[in-house]
Ligand binder design. Structure first.
Ligand code: UDP
Length: 237
């Protein structure tokens, strides 16, 4: 269930399959790690073997962004729909609330995770939020201890990429947690601090266009997509 793009694995699981797999991971007390993959991260990994290694170490690499879908088309692969970081977070919360599992929100500016918690509880009133912690706490021992005392089944880490991925891999063994997901700016969106693209843009997979209009500095990042697709095309079998 994995495809490779320039040496980086991407899973072709749907939300439904991921929901089934992660609940099985929790029940069987296996640790698993979800990372969102986009062209920018794949290109970054070309220059940084540590990052490539780390991305490939994740249990589930979700195809976040149309760039990966286009690359799969070039390779005649079978990744046909996106699994975005934020929708995966929501899917896990829905799953947790129906299976009586708990989640913990770690990351973002002080106050944001708390507001994101309120947003999640509005959507999933039965969700157990075991705790929240901002992403600027310097005392890492305190962070580990707080999470372990809360004993969540699922931990969302919002420290930005690739910081959150390095954090997860470095601390997984010390944490009594089953599912880890790096969620970037998701708490900012769920808390209402930052707006998500309107449904129209989401539906057509052109959230990147909305972001380009609202945050033009992103052009520097988006310009990398053609380079990525060209590299994939050159390496296709
Ligand atoms: N952040 C944090 N601690 C840090 C650096 C960043 O909690 O030391 C948070 C920041 O407040 C924001 C998120 O990490 O909520 C990064 O969001 P961004 O949209 O930049 O994520 P990316 O695009 O890197 O996935």
């Amino acid at each position: 269930m994995k495809e490779q793009f320039l040496g980086v694995d991407v899973s072709s699981y749907s939300y439904e399959e991921l929901k089934q797999n992660t609940i099985a991971d929790i029940e069987q007390r296996r640790q698993s790690f979800i990372v969102a993959i986009n062209p920018e991260k794949i290109l970054q990994a070309q220059k940084d073997p540590n990052l490539k290694n780390l991305l490939n170490k994740a249990t589930y690499q979700i195809p976040d962004g149309v760039g990966v879908l286009l690359a799969s088309k070039i390779n005649r692969g079978d990744i046909s729909s996106r699994v975005t970081g934020i929708d995966m977070l929501l899917a896990l919360c829905e799953q947790a609330s129906t299976h009586d599992k708990s989640v913990f929100l770690y990351g973002a500016k002080p106050g944001v995770a708390e507001k994101a918690k309120d947003g999640l509880l509005k959507k999933y009133p039965n969700l157990k939020v075991a705790g929240v912690l901002d992403g600027y706490e310097k005392d890492q021992e305190h962070v580990i201890q707080t999470i372990n005392e809360a004993k969540p089944d699922v931990l969302f880490v919002a420290l930005g990429s690739p910081k959150q991925e390095y954090w997860i891999v470095d601390h997984m063994k010390d944490l009594d947690v089953r599912i880890f997901q790096g969620v970037g700016g998701s708490f900012d969106v769920i808390s209402g601090r930052v707006k998500r693209a309107p449904r129209f843009f989401q539906k057509f997979g052109i959230e990147w266009l909305y972001r380009l209009i609202t945050e033009p500095w992103r052009l520097k990042r988006q310009i990398k997509l053609p380079t990525f697709l060209y590299k994939v095309w050159k390496e296709r079998k």
